[in-house]
Structure formats: structure tokens, C-alpha cells
Design a binder for this molecule. Structure first.
Ligand SMILES: [Zn+2]
Length: 60
């Protein structure tokens, strides 16, 4: 038996709902790119948090 790597492929509710790998929350908004590797899609909240952290780190 094949084991797919995508466990939840519910075709019925094909909403643009994404899960943030950072905080684990689901979000509907446009994703933000993580500043750590520039390819991980995170929720806008975490995107703002990362941007703020980067800003604060630059200030120190
Ligand atoms: Zn998040």
C-alpha cells in the first residue's frame, strides 16, 4: 500500500486554507515568507513577528 505524504487532501472543502508551520494555526490570508529561509510560507501574524524581531535585532 502506498502511503501518501499529503495526509489531508479533502477535495470537498478546497479552500485556500493554509497551516502555518511556525505557530500551527490555520489562516486564510495571503502567506508571508519566513525570513529564515525565504521559502517557508507562514501566516501574516508570524511574518509581522519575524519582521519585528529582525527590526529589533538590527537596533541592538
Ligand atoms: Zn503563524
Amino acid at each position: 500500500m502506498k502511503y501518501s505524504k499529503t495526509p489531508y487532501s479533502s477535495s470537498k472543502a478546497a479552500q485556500k486554507r493554509r497551516k502555518c508551520p511556525k505557530c500551527g494555526k490555520y489562516y486564510l490570508d495571503y502567506p508571508a515568507l519566513s525570513r529564515k529561509d525565504n521559502k517557508t510560507k507562514i501566516c501574516p501574524e508570524c511574518g509581522i513577528r519575524e519582521a519585528l524581531n529582525a527590526f529589533i535585532n538590527n537596533q541592538l
